[in-house]
Design a protein around this ligand. Structure first.
Ligand SMILES: *Cc1c(COP(=O)(O)O)cnc(C)c1O
Length: 394
């Protein structure tokens, strides 16, 4: 591994632990435990005098390869793979909090993330303030002396609003809080929260990292100090570890992550531009377009527009349903980041549990649709939208 290797090279070669058989493709180590050469070797391992494995809930070779590869991509010192994205989010937030602490989080969060900070944390005496994260003054006003964690995702689901990560990180540092960033929508290729000042990055590896709809997974990345001091014990003793089989699937998946995300992003950009010209479309939100409301922040913190497009149809829910039903290649699904293009109507699916008021605050109306571009041929996708829109009244 050379330090100068670029991401695409690191994602094919980084972190490989080759066995005595010299296999080309990385091996899967489906084992719960490990044996020791001698009693003395076991004693040394438990004293931490050598860094071998002890038990798969703590760490194992296939997971280690995946974690090292993710560190190389993210520019993090340490990572831990978890069974799902939510296991990563919940562990990264809760491991560092106790009763009496306070969280400030953006209100535009993936539904389960919002439940963790808004509903679960208060059960343990941890208060949470949700803010419109687009404006730094809202974060500043919400901070209290006992604020320990700030949490955001950017771009947000489903309306692709953007939050100034460096600005929120500065505010967190003023009170000694840790900023945790859910970087799923930007992908590790287009946004580097740790470089922007965030303390912890979390992923649902279920999305672009697998990218082929096969398994759940999550990753938590940070400094060695934070993982050792805040995260390690929580992770080892509450057991959110990823299965080695899923770690292997994801390890192989990251080899093609840049190829897939590049193709998905190219399609997203072209489809966003196409949709913006259509009479049935009221508004398109795409972080790669100059007319994104926060294009200035995007220029500072993202190097690509992402694989998702949000748009609003003038004809409301009826038009959104008609469009989704008329698409032939693009499938209706609440998932995202997949090699198959997927479309969602948030108001009736992923965001149906919010109150009308909360949905309105997030900019979700009956006409709002979220598209996740797959790796199909861009022209086929454009043709699919063109034929489907002909079935949507202007
Ligand atoms: C999907 C998702 C999660 C949760 O991940 P799972 O792997 O489904 O547990 C968290 N945050 C964001 C932004 C997501 O898209």
């Amino acid at each position: 591994m050379s330090k100068n290797w670029r991401p695409a090279t690191r994602l094919v070669h980084g972190g490989t632990l080759r066995s005595q058989y010299g296999e080309t493709s990385e091996a899967i180590f489906m084992t719960q435990g490990f044996v020791y050469e001698s009693s003395e070797a076991a004693e040394a391992r438990f004293k931490g005098e050598d860094d071998g494995f002890i038990y798969a809930r703590y760490g194992s070779p296939t997971n280690d390869m995946f974690e090292k590869r993710m560190c190389l991509l993210e520019g993090a010192e340490e990572a831990r793979a978890t069974a799902s994205g939510m296991a990563a989010v919940a562990a990264a937030i809760l491991c560092q909090l106790r009763a009496g602490d306070h969280i400030v989080a953006a209100r535009a969060l993936f539904g389960s993330c919002r439940w963790v900070v808004e509903t679960l944390a208060p059960k343990y005496g941890i208060e949470c303030t949700l803010v419109d994260g687009r404006h730094l003054e809202n974060w500043e006003k919400a901070i209290r002396p006992n604020t320990r964690v700030m949490f955001l995702e950017s771009p947000t689901n489903p309306t692709l609003e953007v939050i100034d990560i460096a600005g929120v990180a500065r505010l967190a540092n003023q009170v000694g809080a840790k900023l945790v960033v859910d970087n799923v929508f930007a992908t590790p290729l287009f946004q580097k929260p740790l470089e922007l000042g965030a303390h912890v990055v979390v992923y649902s590896a279920t999305k672009h990292i697998d990218g082929q709809g096969r398994c759940l997974g999550g990753v938590v990345l940070s400094s060695k100090e934070w993982i050792d001091e805040e995260f390690q014990d929580y992770f080892r003793h509450t057991g959110p570890a990823m299965s080695p089989f899923n770690a292997w699937t994801l390890l192989k998946a990251v080899e093609t992550l840049p190829l897939r995300v590049r193709q998905q992003t190219q399609s997203a950009a072209k489809i966003a531009d196409f949709l913006a010209e259509q009479g049935q479309v009221a508004r398109v939100v795409y972080p790669g377009r100059a007319d994104h409301p926060q294009a200035d922040i995007i220029a500072k913190q993202m190097t690509g527009g992402s694989t998702l497009v949000a748009f609003e149809l003038k004809g409301g829910k009826a038009a959104a349903f008609a469009l989704q039903n008329a698409l032939r290649i693009v499938e209706i699904s609440n998932n995202l980041g997949d090699s198959k293009s997927l479309i969602t109507h948030p108001a009736t699916t992923t965001h149906k549990n919010l109150t009308d008021e909360a949905r309105a605050e997030l900019g979700i109306s009956g006409g709002t649709v979220r598209l996740s571009c797959g790796i199909e041929d861009t022209d086929d996708l454009l043709e699919d939208f063109a034929q489907a829109l002909r079935k949507v009244p202007a």
